[in-house]
Design a protein around this ligand. Sequence first.
Ligand code: GAR
Length: 200
Amino acid sequence: MSTVKTAVLVSGGGTNLQALIDAKAADKLPHVEFVSVIASRPDAYALTRAANAGIPTCVAQRKGKTQEAFEAAILDELNQKQAQLIILAGFMSILSENFVKRYPRRILNVHPALLPAFGGKGYYGLHVHEAALARGVKVTGATVHYVNEIADGGEIILQKAVDVLPGDTPVILQRRVMEQAEWIILPQAAELTAQDILQR
Ligand code: GAR
């Protein structure tokens, strides 16, 4: 069976990466082959998860580098591994237009809200859930979308709604959105996109 060489870009704990690794182990990603996990920070726990799963890792540190040098390091790894699909799984650095346009409909991002709500500049990680609670929404969720040159302008692949409950804190809500949405739809979207790429 043909597979799509896939790189996962991470910055932190890597629970979404873990969901991808677990889905692969459960034979739910037959067309996805993980060729690299690239971290923007050397201390990202996601690197340990990747190593435990036998996936090659690479650190392209953001700190202390120009955007150009940072992206050149990522591109170098992507080219070496011949990556055909890139998954941003809790990747907290911005990629430039110049980078993104090299991979049309080949970069997936998971965002912890129902886009276009709570998306765009400043909306990342816990800030997204803080904003949702401040606004008083009763339903939030997660979105997996393509990344294109226009910020948050990429086509939506999958979304899943999650209830906001009385007494929620940003941390409690973040965990529920991960468990009930992100960890489910990210692997699903990865397989769907890999199948799509094989047919292009
Ligand atoms: C996830 O909730 C992900 O959706 C979010 O950061 C968290 C990373 O967790 N990403 C963004 O906010 C990107 N805009 P993880 O490292 O455990 O997967």
